[in-house]
Design a protein around this ligand. Sequence first.
Ligand code: MG
Ligand code: MG
Length: 273
Amino acid sequence: MIIVRNDEEIDKLREAGRIVGLTHKYLQQFIKPGITTKELARLAKKFILSKGCTCSFEGLYGFPGEICISVNDEVVHGIPSHRKLKEGDVLKLDIGACYKGYHGDSAWTYIVGEGSEKNKKLLKETEEALMAGLGVIHDGCTTGDIGHAVSKVAHKYNLGVVKQLVGHGVGDKVHMEPDVPNYGKERKGPVLHTGNVIAVEPMLNLGTADIYMLDDDWTIKTMDGKPAAHYWTIKTDDGKNSAHFEHTVLVLDDGYEILTRRDVELDPEDIVK
Ligand code: MG
Ligand code: MG
């Protein structure tokens, strides 16, 4: 069952989403060569707690980090570590915040420093795919409509669409019904209605759509069969870069409302001089 949220729940989802958007904005000032992903995650948690929320992903299914930070060919679920960011890295921050029991979930991809034209193009095209997916949302649309719109953009740019990982319903749990795949057929899949809240999250690759992980859908191992240090992390099979853009949205009669908006204003004291 896809839950229709009441006004009280929507207010909490809106606040959780606002804090997620704000956390993205806050972290951008620290995205520079030399910072470790662990430090970024620490700053994220401190900020999220200061806004009266908790980190949705911390401990979720046992995840050992505050937010997910994936770099270059890592698709998702990267564990914050002592890895230092380098000029030109493709950095994915997937942030979840929980406010009074309700969650917001948004991933965004950034380039550390300048970056190559190829990577900048990947980011622009993946964001376009996200917006195309959101663009078909209204009361009565289907998850297939969304997946179709996302994959149409991906195919236009010849990007690999990760199929094993999907968007999802969001509410009093981070991951709820329905699955929202980044592929599909128009008019197929569960029907969405006004008051449903979902996360749409294309993960698009410069090369193959294939990703490398074990049968349990979470763990990966290196090619020599030994468990990798970052056993949560999912990588592209060919080592090419991947981008990930995600918003949590509320379905409306004639469209959608982005709950994890990015045009939110930071308090002056949250800006590091
Ligand atoms: Mg996410
Ligand atoms: Mg998500």
